[in-house]
Design a protein around this ligand. Structure first.
Ligand code: ATP
Length: 380
């Protein structure tokens, strides 16, 4: 029996060269009074590792279930490989799904569990069932474990069996819903490297759900940060980390120091100053302290009127004791030794700020940051 396949690669992604593999167009999903997703439009490119990340209840799992076909949108359209699949049942979507609780059958062997993935489809490329199971166990780094029972495997190994089962029929899309959340931190780190390797080896388009922003940063080609049923920002991990679009993203993804103040002046930096800053600078007063921040490429601030409210953020690693500008005095309220670095908690004007240093600090300290180390997230 061969499964119906949706046509591949017929969609064009306006943002990139790779064709669109999955597209959500104005998708809303409500449950009674609850709006789980609000008018979400999203494109995942072919071969991409795409992560949905956000706090509990923001709509990640709903998005994944809509793509899988376990749920239907209240409004909007879902396309896979360019074809409208909005009314197509899950078993006809050619998708592999892995859930948080790996749900292996305890009475079946590992091989039978992987083979269960072939209940609706023949193995691809004319392979026998046995050959396909062996090949997949090899792929997930569990060669020769066909005859073991799931209970004799570690949590990480069981989850890799679940991935092998989902991949068995050769799906064109892999959906992973918090596949590592039941594992301890070290196992999670190992498994995410393995998942990424498997995905890269197969080149399979993957949509991954996690609430762990660090995991999202480390594993994704692109990520969507969600809040309250909406997409806050979609982009490559580096861009999302360095240039968050909103205050929510700035605070959710990685440690950050957020300052809210009033614009008290503006200037255009000298393009020839050699400092790397060629755009505008704003002076922002935060509770009587004047900070200068570079605004190159930041949200349109035209005109950046004096008196506007400005929200900017400075990553802990951009705070330096020897910075020439934007200096302030603060008091150390706590230190966390993290091995490679120490996270320092400071109190400044009733706010908590975070720094990272090589050595622990205590007492009163002076810190500062380069204008280029600040990033403007809101101005109004
Ligand atoms: P978590 O990380 O906790 O799994 P999530 O980001 O995956 O959260 P969803 O499970 O997508 O969030 O839920 C989004 C919202 O929709 C939540 O408010 C949730 O309570 C609600 N919701 C989801 N499924 C249902 C359902 N079947 N019936 C009613 N409400 C639902």
């Amino acid at each position: 029996m061969t499964r119906e396949r949706t046509p591949r690669g017929s969609g064009k992604n306006p943002e990139g060269n790779a064709p669109t593999a999955v597209e959500l167009d104005g998708v809303t999903r409500t449950y009674g009074e609850t709006v789980a997703l609000r008018d979400v439009s999203l494109s995942v490119r072919e071969g991409e590792f795409f992560t949905l990340v956000g706090p509990s209840g923001c709509g990640k799992t709903t998005t994944l279930r809509l793509i899988a076909g376990f749920e239907s949108p209240t409004a909007g359209t879902i396309r896979i490989g360019g074809a409208d699949v909005t009314g197509v049942p899950p078993e006809s979507r050619n998708i592999g799904v892995v859930f948080q609780n790996y749900a292996l059958f305890p009475h079946m062997t590992v091989g039978e569990n992987v083979g269960y993935g072939l209940r609706f489809a023949d193995p691809p490329d004319g392979k026998s069932r046995g050959e396909r199971v062996a090949e997949l166990l090899e792929l997930v780094d569990l060669p020769g474990l066909q005859n073991r029972k799931p209970e004799s495997l570690s949590g990480g190994q069981q989850q890799r069996v679940a991935i092998a089962r989902a991949l068995a029929p050769g799906p064109e899309l892999l959906l992973l819903d918090e596949p590592m959340s039941a594992l301890d931190a070290r196992l999670r780190e190992r498994l995410r490297l393995q998942v990424k390797r498997i995905q890269t080896e197969l080149g399979i388009t993957t949509v991954y759900v996690t609430h762990d922003q660090e995991e999202a940063l480390s594993i994704s080609d692109r990520m969507a940060v969600m809040q309250d049923g909406r997409l806050e920002q979609v982009g490559e991990p580096r861009a999302v980390y360095r240039r968050p679009d909103t205050r929510f993203v700035a605070e959710f993804v990685g440690d950050n120091n957020v300052f809210v103040g009033e614009v008290v002046g503006e200037a255009v930096a000298d393009p020839g100053d050699g400092a790397g800053s060629t755009g505008a600078q704003l002076d922002v007063d935060v509770d009587g302290t004047r900070f200068s921040i570079a605004t190159d490429g930041d949200p349109a601030i035209d005109p950046p009127a004096t008196g506007s409210r400005a929200v900017f953020c400075v990553r802990p690693e951009a705070m330096e004791p020897n910075a020439a500008e934007n200096r302030f005095d603060a008091r150390v309220t706590g230190t966390e030794f993290l091995g490679e670095t120490t996270r320092i908690h400071l109190e400044w004007r009733g706010r908590e700020l975070l720094l990272r240093t090589a050595e622990p600090l205590s007492g009163d300290v002076t810190f500062g940051f380069d204008p280029d180390g600040a990033h403007l997230v809101e101005i109004d």
